[in-house]
Write a protein that binds this ligand. Structure first.
Ligand SMILES: [Zn+2]
Length: 80
């Protein structure tokens, strides 16, 4: 039986062009405002590690997409 990757869309419909694909966050280490890219295809709830573009410290990035496509992005220090 074939798996259909589109099954994600049942929980998280995309395609109306209003989904956030970037967010500006404040680095918990150097306090700089940094714009990061988001991947809506990763799902409505995401958590991953990304290095600060300014000071190269590792962040824990948590992304939570709302039904209207707005992404709530939280960045915390990885070692906190
Ligand atoms: Zn930083």
């Amino acid at each position: 039986m074939m798996r259909d990757d589109d099954e994600l869309d049942e929980d998280f419909p995309l395609g109306d062009g209003t989904v956030d694909t970037a967010a500006t966050v404040q680095c918990p280490y150097c306090s700089e405002d940094v714009e990061i890219s988001l991947d809506p295809g990763g799902g409505a709830e995401q958590q991953y590690v990304e290095d600060c573009q300014v000071c190269c410290q590792p962040w824990r990035v948590q992304v939570a997409y709302q039904e209207d496509g707005h992404a709530d992005v939280t960045v915390t220090a990885l070692d906190a």
